[in-house]
Design a protein around this ligand. Structure first.
Ligand code: PLP
Length: 481
């Protein structure tokens, strides 16, 4: 695959195109990587013995192609966002009927790899431990222990720790949402928030409409609850198809809809605001609850935080779920839900599930948010993940077969990769393991074996070693294809 313009500039091409071609080649071969500063206009004009205008024209061309960007008073940089022209997977086309989910064996197998330190970790979508604010959290925990407050060893019954709910309500403003601390129930991670919502809105045998592909942890919940999945076609950049969803709710007795509108896992798709509004209005017409998972909403790569669908909720039907697992500490198991009109039911279900979420982690996260260090931490990890995703994309372009398609996420840290038709992701998974690499086979992102030749790759652990593993993975894929 090439980063360069469709027709490579030959000898007869204008000088500036040849200069641009040369820089594009250096990016393609990894000399300059996403986020790197390229030579200044003056340096390059001296080095190549061409005029400043020629270099400027070359840089404008590369900017138009999406390969580099100018930063005021600083120079030109290889873009951390993905260059345009990458082929993306097409909108998904899952089975039109509800299906019983049954993917647990394969899922548990993939999860076990996450514990193996000898594998290149492209499998589970966990954050990079180096980017978790461990020192700060440890010091908050130590201070809680020093003050030896008896309340930190007691239950905090649902809805959970008030100081934390205040912080969550304050931050919700950035997501376009006006919440009071009383609207929120603390949970053990986002997955429990979703579990409680599903149990509040449906029973065994009911059907829930979901995006396809869908994060396998949620499919597992549905499997364990005996809830059928109605998979709806989903666009790799703009999320669930509203036309298909409208048809589904008109023709199937759906009990709820469950989506990850901001940086869906595995697609990385982010629904435009107008579409979120339409989604909420569509479901409100049928009085159907929307379970909204915003776990990665804070991990946008640039610009501003995308708002949540809950911002458009007028009837209390949107159940907004999230956690601190992607950006602070997955091991703390602290999440939350704003369940709208079903709050009393969710609160009661939380109590019946496990009485309360552990107290100390709630206090520690509240302390971290209160300390003011959270925004600084977020700015840092957003930049790093943006760079890692871009670097992994470029490495895939360099080393995978040319028929490969990849998503262009604008947030989060996973890539969804469509491989040539002949590649079975399970065969690839096994071969890759032998070579010391773990990845997630596409099969487990659907209840109906939709994604045979797809894989999800986690870019959060990017490094020179990871790049070599991608190169090796590319070789294995080419052997199978
Ligand atoms: C979309 C999505 N939802 C939920 C979860 C689980 O979140 P938590 O660890 O907060 O329970 C994950 C974890 O990868 C996820 O990607």
């Amino acid at each position: 695959m090439s980063l360069r313009a469709a027709s490579p500039s030959g000898r007869g091409a204008p000088l500036y195109e040849r200069v641009a071609e040369n820089i594009a080649h250096l990016v393609e071969t990894g000399t300059f990587r996403p986020g790197d500063r390229i030579p200044s206009v003056r340096q390059l004009s001296q080095q190549k013995r061409v005029s400043v205008t020629t270099v400027l024209q070359a840089y404008y061309l590369l900017e138009d192609q999406g390969l580099i960007e100018a930063r005021p008073q600083s120079g030109y940089y290889v873009r951390t966002q993905l260059p345009s022209g990458l082929p993306e997977p097409e909108i998904s086309s899952p089975e039109p009927d509800p299906s019983q989910v049954s993917i647990h064996e394969l899922t548990m197998m993939v999860l076990r790899d996450a514990e193996n330190p000898n594998l290149a970790q492209f499998g589970t979508a966990v954050p990079n431990p180096e980017l978790v604010p461990t020192r700060k959290l440890n010091s908050i925990m130590a201070s809680l222990a020093r003050h030896n407050e008896p309340r930190s060893n007691q239950y905090v019954f649902p809805p959970g720790c008030e100081a934390l709910r205040v912080q969550i309500a304050q931050r919700a403003v950035n997501a376009g949402c006006s919440l009071s601390p009383n609207d929120i129930v603390i949970t053990s991670g986002c997955i429990e928030a979703i579990d409680l919502c599903l149990r509040a809105v449906c029973h065994r045998g009911d059907t829930v409409a979901i995006e396809s592909p869908m994060y396998f942890g949620i499919l597992q919940l549905m499997e364990s609850l005996g809830v059928q999945a109605l998979e709806i076609p989903t666009h790799p950049r703009e999320g669930i198809s509203l036309e298909a969803l409208r048809f589904a709710v008109e023709h199937t007795p759906v009990k709820a809809c469950l989506v990850v509108p901001n940086f869906n896992n595995p697609l990385g798709s982010c629904m435009p605001d107008e579409k979120k509004k339409e989604l909420v209005e569509l479901l409100a017409r049928y009085d159907l609850p929307l379970i909204e998972n915003d776990i990665s909403g804070e991990l946008y790569h640039s610009g501003k935080r995308p708002i949540v669908s809950k911002a458009y909720d007028r009837k209390g039907l949107v159940m907004l779920c999230s956690s601190f697992s992607k950006e602070i500490a997955p091991g703390y198991r602290v999440g939350w839900v704003a369940p709208g009109r079903l709050k009393p039911t969710v609160e009661w279900l939380k109590f019946t599930a496990n009485i309360a979420t552990a107290t100390l982690p709630q206090l520690a996260i509240a302390g971290f948010l209160e300390s003011g260090g959270y925004d600084h931490h977020l700015r840092h990890i957003r930049r790093v993940y943006a760079r890692y995703v871009a670097q992994m994309s470029l490495a895939i372009m360099r080393h995978f077969p040319k028929e490969t398609r990849i998503t262009r996420p604008t947030g989060g840290f996973v890539l969804w990769v469509q491989l040539p038709e002949k590649v079975d992701s399970l065969v690839l998974y096994r071969q890759a393991l032998k070579a010391g690499i773990t990845l997630t086979p596409g099969y487990i992102f659907s209840a109906t074996n939709q994604y045979r030749n797809f894989i999800r790759l986690n870019a959060a652990f990017w490094s020179a070693e990871a790049e070599r593993a991608i190169e090796r993975l590319g070789e294995i894929i080419k052997e199978i294809a």
